[in-house]
Design a protein. Structure first.
Lengths: 143, 803
């Protein structure tokens, strides 16, 4: 069987008020981005717990993208402050587990930033493609 | 063979519109593909000034872009035009995209001749290029963009109703009462008021509703019947029985995603009892159908795979409620805005993604339990920020409908920028109107005005706001159910064209003042010039300020009336005297005003000599060589900007566009609402606009606010957090992170508790809890984990297991 090109699986947690709306705007504007992403809509980027992200990597995600409102613009005022704290901690934790840097990415994308959304997904998908399949996934499969 | 389609702007009375592509209202043409007669088409449009009603360019540019998208082979699209009129919010950027990204060719030319090409279905278009050379191009398809005209039936209706029409046969309205006809009690909105686009039509519709509401408010609810309360079926003991409805959305989804395959796939998923696909899931028929299916198959949860929940979730939730289900037993899979529209070139992958997102939605739905809502009282009062025309009209609009309005104005006077304006575009004098308006506001017992005041804090939510107004040191607490932001705009102060360096250089409002005061520098001038688009339609401010072309043309006509021998020049890029304002443009030309066109790359140069006399150098578009003008007065039509809006935006938690204007919930469908409930916007703070449009929008905002204020109660609850006291350790980590102070620590029980009336449903507490004992209803931990699992499940393995 021919060697299939590696197509990463990316999970996106996007906040309802900003990034998810930005994604919708990208759709209305017909901007194109790779179909590797699967989106979980949350009310706030602060809804995302480190456990949710870890679960994604455990289950085989090659990349996890979190999208929220810009600092100061959070629909719930300070939800995204928690997101930064958690993601910083998670980056360290993932490094500790041997996961390559860059597989977890946090981006502030507002409802008006359709083009930024599309570009973020494109760039992230490309980056993950180059990184290859997640080591956590391969390790779990080998076991 | 390349497809070449031509669009031609506007049209003469004898040319019939043969627009092959339907006029845009929805996202794309509902059916069919773009097929040129023999392959590809080129589209063109003729703009005919004979008909003073200019059509909306936006429509045809959108058609050009959509045609290019739909065409499988490369499509060359050309647009022939006289002026590009993209004066709407965000439209200028769309024009730039059409030109720069999509490669639509914009050819400024009044098409001379259209001939059939013998032996083919093609058309040959002969036109003069800007440099004077004659060009002929062949196109496969020609789209004519025709102007608006009032239909004879409507004119008959107007006559029957006693509604007067103006010279152009549109309803005769005053700039100051844009939705009132000549007959009291009969209001007008939309195209019969004048050619206009969708956002403007929607705004006017709400404005007309407000005007009617003011008349009818004493009788509110007197004939109303209560909507039947639908009995909610108790599904708590039932295993999930999910119905999945997959939408085609015309061809929006179906042209990329294999809808039937998604439907069939959904049938294989756990707990799915029924699947169906439909052309438009949101249509009235399909809504009824969904209700029937729920009853027929005893469904207790519904998943719709279609567009974005951000627009349509409430619609479907209402539907299932009417079928007896708790409205939260519903999930949507976004396979259009985040599916077919963004993966248009990879249909197989898009279909795969659709299937995965449906699988995730079904899994989440299966875990969903009914959620309860409860009622909160509504403060029947509104807060209006901004004491200009828009703010005052909004406050009076609220008062007229029977609600108390608090008007907060930063300065020590009411009236805003309208005090600097002489007249509206159709010659109506502004001063008496504004003075009358201020008097009405001050005399109205339901309106309370705070001058020298600012809103410094906003607490609460729709129906139950408590804001702090700071007035010269003291703080006043205002309770209100809704708020209208009408903080206005400002003139951009240019750093070019010698503004401020030379007293002969004016901004538009300064010229108005000079005319008002009969300043001899202006009245005695032998030559006057105007430069348009100063600061607008440039990279730093890529938007059109909408009012300036009309304002300059109006001032030019005034100058000619003061002295018919005065040389008056208007230097412009595109003349945007839209709609009925075209008559003004005609008048100016007839009076001898000279219009010279320049483009962004060749802006005019302004210099002064030792005596302070001005020389304006501009490359004349017809002669092709630079021309020197020596105006005694130069007016710069500078951009309209917003200032200090970030503070207010943060207080009310509402977004701004990249250009700094307030961003409404939806540009077409909700032009005065914000995504945040209970807050509305009107006037310049939303986007530059003339007085009649500001007044219409202010009334519209008052109408929308009244929808909130008319209710006796606001529902709360639903998507809120709940703490499982049994598992709570009382660590209070959640108390600290809640941005709304909605969580209390109960000392005696040593556990925390969420106040569900204050809870906004962000879930930050739930993500923080070390015991994971906080659940955000609708987005529980289990639901998120399940969605993650399902997103990453191997499709083949699932299909195998399903058999």
């Amino acid at each position: 069987m021919a060697e299939k090109e590696f197509e990463p699986k990316i999970i996106g947690f996007f906040c309802n008020w900003c990034t998810y709306a930005g994604a919708d705007l990208a759709g209305v504007s017909r901007l194109q981005y790779p179909p590797n992403i699967r989106v979980i809509r949350v009310m706030c980027s602060g809804t995302v717990s480190p456990h949710h992200v870890l679960r994604a990597f455990q289950k085989g995600a090659d990349g996890v993208l979190i999208g929220g409102c810009h600092i100061g613009d959070c629909h719930y005022l300070r939800g995204n402050f928690m997101t930064i704290k958690r993601m910083r901690f998670l980056q360290d934790l993932l490094k500790f587990t041997g996961c390559e840097a860059g597989r977890l990415h946090l981006e502030w994308i507002s409802a008006a930033e359709g083009p930024k959304f599309a570009e973020t997904v494109r760039n992230f998908t490309e980056k993950i493609k180059k990184l290859g399949p997640s080591r956590l996934k391969l390790a779990a499969r080998a076991a | 063979m390349k497809t070449r389609t031509v669009w031609i702007l506007g049209m003469a009375a004898f040319l019939l519109s043969i627009a092959v592509i339907s006029l845009p209202v929805s996202a794309a043409p509902p059916t069919g593909n773009v097929i040129g007669p023999q392959g590809h088409g080129k589209g063109g449009r003729i703009d005919d000034r004979k008909d003073p009603l200019t059509n909306q360019l936006r429509a045809l540019r959108k058609e050009a872009i959509i045609a290019k998208e739909h065409s499988k082979e490369p499509l060359d699209a050309a647009v022939f035009y006289m002026d590009i009129r993209t004066h709407g919010k965000e439209f200028e950027k769309y024009y730039w995209r059409a030109r720069d990204e999509f490669g639509v060719r914009f050819i400024r030319s009044r098409v001379h001749t259209i001939d059939a090409v013998p032996g083919t279905d093609d058309v040959a278009i002969r036109y003069l290029k800007e440099d004077g050379t004659l060009e002929t191009e062949h196109f496969d398809m020609l789209v004519l963009s025709n102007g608006f005209e009032v239909s004879p039936k409507v004119l008959e209706l107007a006559k029957t109703l006693g509604v007067e029409v103006n010279a152009n046969k549109f309803a005769d309205t005053s700039s100051f009462t844009p939705v009132s006809t000549s007959r009291p009690g009969i209001y007008v909105c939309g195209a019969f008021q004048g050619p206009k686009d969708i956002p403007q039509s929607v705004m006017e519709a709400s404005a007309a509703a407000a005007a009617s509401s003011e008349l009818l408010s004493p009788a509110r609810f007197s004939l109303a019947r209560k909507k039947p309360v639908f009995e909610e079926r108790d599904v708590s003991l039932e295993t999930p029985r999910i119905g999945v409805f997959v939408c085609h959305c015309g061809i929006n989804i179906a042209s990329v995603v294999d809808v039937e395959a998604v439907r069939d796939y959904a049938k294989t998923l756990p707990y799915v009892e029924f699947v169906e696909n439909s052309l438009f899931a949101c249509s009235q028929d399909t809504q009824e159908l969904i209700k029937e299916r729920i009853k027929e198959h005893n469904l207790n949860r519904v998943v719709v795979a279609s567009c974005t929940p951000r627009t349509h979730e409430p619609t479907f939730q209402e539907t299932i409620k009417e079928a007896g289900l708790n409205k939260y037993l519903f999930q949507m899979a976004n396979i259009r805005d985040q599916g077919s529209w963004v993966h248009a070139n990879v249909p197989e992958a898009a279909t795969q993604r659709a299937k995965d997102q449906v699988r995730m939605a079904v899994a989440s739905a299966s875990l969903q339990t009914p959620l309860q809502e409860f009622d909160l009282p509504v403060t029947k009062a509104g807060l209006v920020i901004g004491g200009g025309v828009a703010g005052m009209e909004a406050a009076l609009g609220l008062a007229g409908q029977g609600y108390k309005a608090t008007l907060v104005e930063k300065k020590d006077f009411l009236g805003g920028h309208a005090l600097k304006l002489n007249q509206t575009w159709n010659g109506e004098v502004v001063k008496p109107y504004v003075e009358e308006l201020i008097k009405k506001v001050n005399d109205n017992p339901l309106v309370e005005v705070f001058l020298n005041a600012e809103v410094t804090d906003v607490d609460g939510f729709v129906g139950n706001f408590k804001s702090l107004v700071s007035q010269q040191g003291r703080e006043i607490e205002v309770e209100h159910g809704a708020a209208i932001i009408a903080m206005g705009g400002h003139s951009y102060k240019p750093t070019e064209y010698l503004y401020k360096d030379n007293p002969r250089v004016f901004l538009s409002l300064e010229m108005d003042q000079a005319l008002r005061e009969k300043n001899p520098m202006v009245t005695g001038a032998k030559c006057a010039a105007f430069i348009q688009c100063v600061g607008s339609r440039e990279p730093e401010r890529p938007y059109c300020s909408r009012v300036c072309c009309t304002h300059s043309v109006e001032s030019a006509v005034n100058l000619k009336e003061i002295n018919p021998d005065m040389d008056v020049y208007i230097l412009y890029r595109d003349l945007r005297t839209y709609g009925l304002r075209e008559n003004l443009y005609k008048e100016a030309r007839e009076k001898g005003v000279i219009f010279i066109r320049f483009d962004l790359e060749n802006k005019p140069q302004v210099a002064q000599n030792a005596k302070g006399e001005l020389t304006v150098t501009v490359r004349d578009h017809i002669l092709g060589i630079p021309v020197n003008l020596h105006p005694d007065v130069l007016t710069l039509a500078s951009a309209i900007i917003v200032k200090d809006q970030e503070k207010l935006a943060k207080l009310f938690k509402v977004p701004l566009t990249n250009d700094g204007f307030f961003l409404e919930a939806h540009m077409k469908l909700r032009p005065v609402d914000f995504a945040t409930d209970g807050v509305f916007v009107a006037g310049l703070a939303h986007y530059p606009k003339p007085m009649d449009e500001a007044i219409a929008q202010a009334k519209a905002a008052a109408a929308r606010a009244a929808v909130v204020l008319a209710q006796d109660a606001i529902r709360a609850g639903g998507v809120v957090a709940q703490i499982d006291a049994a598992a709570c350790s009382g660590c209070q980590a959640c108390v600290g992170v809640c941005p709304f102070g909605a969580i209390n620590y109960k000392e005696r029980e040593d556990v925390c508790e969420v106040n569900q009336a204050l809870c906004k449903g962000c879930g930050t507490c739930a993500a923080n809890c070390p015991s994971e004992c906080i659940t955000l209803f609708g987005f529980s931990h289990k639901q998120i984990y399940t969605q993650v699992d399902e997103a990453l499940a191997e499709l083949e393995a699932m299909e195998e297991a399903a058999g």
